[in-house]
Design a protein around this ligand. Structure first.
Ligand SMILES: [Zn+2]
Length: 308
């Protein structure tokens, strides 16, 4: 059916109510993929986190979405936690997810999902599960970064967190992953679209607002563990691929939306808000509904929910 005929038909159907054709948004006429991006759950034992994660998942089930993307930091913290505490958190994550969710879930690795990097004494690096092995097995990932496809949309899920030789962790892709990304993008036909998922934002203004204060010299600081430090290299790569329409992230627990060089970047808040203590700065505990349309356009809606 031609678009014009369709509009005439719909006008006829609703004729009695005198609705103008304009009351049908263009969006309702376009086919879309609809999913929930839930990020930074930070589950740990406790009344509020356990009830909160259940509430968030129950809320998502009512949203008529096709699937969920878990944006990472599923558990409270494994970076500095011993094996027993880490196992407890993963068990809790799986049991709540199993009980409260019926949708397919695609997982992203967050910094706090990585085991042992900040353990000082016990030499965890000699353990088979050290680093990202544990989380990759827990979430049954084929690899720590991967891709999947839904209709005309190609999803690329990245692993943002690397151990920083000078201390802590740093937001960037390792060399192996960067060259995988180059090859992955080169395979995508010109007629299709790309959504990139990372735990740490590739580009974000809220990364610079996280500390909620200026540095003594007046600077607003974008610290190396709050935004991808390889942004300039990624920008250069992305310029070759107009199919890339949207990048989504979490990590900061704040929300923003940017449009830079034709790509929309969304930082999508946190299910845990201020780590299970209400809002973080101005942002209530929330998750995002993402709609990716078959003409390459994108819509994000942030959905607050009640933690308790
Ligand atoms: Zn994080």
């Amino acid at each position: 059916m031609k678009r014009k005929d369709f509009l005439q038909t719909t006008t006829a159907i609703v004729g009695g109510s005198l609705l103008p054709v304009d009351s049908f948004s263009n969006e309702s006429l376009k086919k879309s993929i609809r999913f929930a991006h839930i990020t930074d759950i930070h589950i740990k034992p406790g009344l509020i986190p356990e009830k909160g994660m259940a509430n968030a998942l129950q809320h998502v089930q009512k949203q008529k979405v096709n699937f969920i993307i878990n944006g990472g930091d599923a558990i409270n913290d494994a970076l500095g936690a011993d094996k027993q505490k880490t196992k407890e958190q993963w068990n809790l994550f799986h049991s709540i997810l199993k009980k409260e969710n019926n949708l397919p879930v695609y997982h992203t690795i967050g910094n706090h999902d990585v085991w042992g990097w900040f353990i000082k004494n016990d030499k965890p690096e000699n353990d088979r599960l050290y680093g990202k092995v544990w989380v990759t097995e827990e979430l049954q990932l084929e690899n720590r970064y991967y891709s999947f496809k839904k209709e005309k949309w190609n999803f690329i899920v990245l692993d943002s967190t690397q151990l920083n030789p000078a201390g802590g962790y740093i937001g960037k892709l390792d060399e192996e992953q960067f060259s995988w990304l180059q090859k992955e993008l080169a395979k995508i036909p010109a007629t299709e679209f790309v959504c990139i998922v990372s735990h740490i934002p590739i580009l974000s203004i809220c990364a610079g607002l996280f500390f909620n204060k200026n540095q003594p010299n007046g600077d607003l600081l974008i610290q190396r563990n709050l935004m991808h430090t390889d942004f300039l290299a990624l920008k250069k790569l992305f310029l070759n691929y107009p199919q890339i329409k949207v990048c989504i992230s979490g990590h900061i627990h704040l929300q923003d939306e940017l449009n830079y060089l034709g790509i929309q970047y969304f930082c999508n808040g946190a299910v845990s808000g201020n780590w299970w203590n209400g809002s973080f700065q101005e942002f209530a505990p929330s998750y995002a509904i993402m709609e990716l349309f078959n003409d390459g356009t994108v819509k994000r809606t942030m959905i607050p929910y009640e933690q308790q």
